[in-house]
Design a protein around this ligand. Structure first.
Ligand SMILES: NC(=O)C1=CN([C@@H]2O[C@H](COP(=O)(O)OP(=O)(O)OC[C@H]3O[C@@H](n4cnc5c(N)ncnc54)[C@H](O)[C@@H]3O)[C@@H](O)[C@H]2O)[C@H](O)CC1
Ligand SMILES: [K+]
Length: 522
């Protein structure tokens, strides 16, 4: 499913009429009916509900007022507050307003109602519909709009935002002045960037998409670069296992991880890789670290020369480049520490290793300030920074990165010819061809030690099994979040730890297999 900017949405809106002969009023009617269907699906029958709709003067308001009519026809008691003089309402919104008025709809117009009257009606309502501002928001909200938004947020009532919570930028997700805190956002045709970024993510509540009748061919032809990762979109994932499979079929991952005091990172990376079906996993780590633990008997180890600090030393380079022979992919970084000698080794390995590689944690820190190793590579690279590591990689402030997650990731991927996984709520997967995919699984409970190591192992496992690197990154991220959601469902978000997530990987995979094939393989 594509995710669009306000401008891309406007173009689709126009194209629907100019190229596909779909009148915009029909789109508004579809939007209204779809909105009411979703409200009834989510909150139960409209009949008997007291609904207050706050409408702005544009098509967001038009959608809301058209929805008022459908709600009333389904037995709700509906009141519309219009925050604009009637003469300033134009186009389809005016048509919606005329129909509402001509059919006896209750309407209060800005300037003709008392604010305490509105406050009381909001407090007595069953549902508030925010149709003040949508993708047309162009400057910070102030005056009556700001007052209305504050009243909505104080009401303590159920709030449905039409298209996007008023006050949230459809392109950046930031609050312009003040914004509605919605329980639900029902968005028209396609999700917007602002639903997945900054405060937009926090105040949108549960997001649902309303089909307003855009022809799929029109959306396809628009070549929208940002996509939501969905199971349907992960074609070859997870790879079917041939009946005659043997360990070699499922690939051999070399994990370069761990240092004195950081054994766990190597363990979790390796276990997650095995849980994602890697046939063999070898962990290359400083020789003083003993990985042989009861719960990881399946992993082979390659003990290597170390620095006095217990990190990999440059003397390990030759053994590592030899160890790469016969492997199918490499995961490098977790727990390697930032010892200067180790970082020099990491940069050499990233440049020289001609296998698909996933680089995380201290592997990324070794590239910070000197990304030239990426340009020397002859095989795909996937980098998996969280915003702080991204900040060190590109020398941009973390808060500025968070404001433009999609564009920052896309720019890096195109500039360095690498796949960039920018972690965080709704992890972003950007590929060198300019496409961006946004994850829609996971939960805040995953912000805990080791979940990043698990993701590195998961992506490495899919690379080792020969999955296309972009699919391995997107599928790994989606499955990682699914496993995190399954773990949170079992044990809550607060108590969730990385090993809970790793234990849920097989079930997460089954969810995908079940969705793809309908039944589990015999
Ligand atoms: N064909 C359709 O009906 C579709 C409608 N869609 C819906 O339309 C809105 C976008 O509508 P638009 O008229 O472009 O803008 P808004 O209604 O979002 O804004 C109204 C109006 O408000 C003014 N404005 C901008 N910023 C502020 C502010 N801070 N304070 C006050 N007023 C402000 C500006 O002049 C705008 O014109 C979209 O969200 C959908 O709900 C669907 O997109 C699908 C097709
Ligand atoms: K709105």
């Amino acid at each position: 499913m594509k995710i669009v900017t306000a401008e891309e949405m406007k173009k689709l809106d126009r194209k629907a009429t100019t190229d596909y002969a779909i009148p915009s009023l029909l789109l508004m009617e579809n939007a209204a009916r779809g909105l009411v269907d979703e409200i009834e699906k989510t909150l139960g029958p409209a009949a008997g509900k007291r609904v207050v709709i706050l409408a702005g003067r544009g098509n967001n308001g038009g959608d809301g007022i058209a929805a008022a009519r459908h709600l009333r026809m389904r037995g709700a008691q509906v009141i519309v507050y219009l925050f604009s003089p009637i003469e300033k309402v134009g186009g389809d919104a005016k048509t919606s307003l005329d129909i509402w008025m001509q059919t006896g709809g209750v309407l209060h117009v800005a300037g003709s109602f008392r604010w305490n009257h509105l406050t009381r009606e909001l407090s007595e309502s069953d549902l508030i519909i925010d149709a003040l501002l949508g993708t047309g928001l162009s400057h910070p909200v102030e005056g009556d709009y700001a007052k209305a938004i504050t009243l909505i947020n104080r009401s303590g009532r159920k709030v449905v935002a039409v298209d996007i919570p008023s006050g949230i930028s459809a392109d950046t997700g930031e609050v312009l002045g003040v914004a509605v805190k919605a329980d639900y956002t029902f968005t028209m045709a396609l999700p917007k960037w602002g639903h997945f970024l900054q405060e937009g993510l926090e105040v949108r509540g549960r997001l649902a998409v309303i089909d307003i009748g855009f022809p799929p061919a029109m959306i396809e032809a628009a070549k929208i670069p940002v996509d939501l990762i969905t199971p349907e979109g992960l074609a070859g994932f997870p790879p079917p296992r041939p009946r005659g499979a043997h360990k070699g079929t499922a690939g051999h991952l070399l994990v370069i991880a761990g240092s004195f005091g950081k054994k766990g990172a190597a363990l979790m990376t390796s276990l997650a890789a095995l849980r994602c079906g890697a046939g063999l996993v070898t962990v290359a780590l400083p020789k003083s670290i003993d990985l042989a633990t009861a719960d990881l008997m399946e992993v082979m180890t390659l003990p290597l020369p170390e620095t006095p600090e217990g990190t990999l030393s440059l003397a390990a380079e030759k053994s590592l480049l030899q160890a790469v022979q016969g492997k199918d992919a490499v995961a490098i970084g977790p727990g390697l520490l930032q010892n200067e000698e180790t970082q020099r080794l990491i940069r050499t390995l990233i440049a020289e290793i001609s296998l698909p590689i996933v680089v995380d944690a201290d592997g990324l820190n070794a590239l910070a300030g000197d990304l030239s190793a990426l340009k020397k590579r002859k095989a795909p690279a996937i980098l998996t920074p969280h915003p702080g590591e991204m900040s060190r990689l590109i020398g941009k402030r973390t808060d500025l990165i968070q404001k433009e997650r999609f564009t920052v990731a896309a720019h890096f991927a195109e500039q360095w010819g690498a796949i960039l996984v920018l972690k965080g709520a709704h992890t972003v997967v950007a590929t060198p061809d300019g496409f961006v995919r946004v994850n829609n699984t996971g939960n805040p409970g995953m912000a805990t030690a080791g979940t990043g190591d698990a993701l590195t192992g998961m992506i490495g496992a899919w690379l080792a099994q020969g999955i296309d690197p972009a699919e391995a990154a997107a599928g790994g991220v989606a499955l990682h979040g699914t496993a995190g959601d399954l773990a949170a469902a079992d044990r809550g978000e607060i108590g969730l730890i990385a090993s809970d997530l790793i234990q849920k990987i097989p079930e997460a995979i089954q969810n995908y297999v079940r969705r793809h094939s309908g039944v589990l393989p015999p």
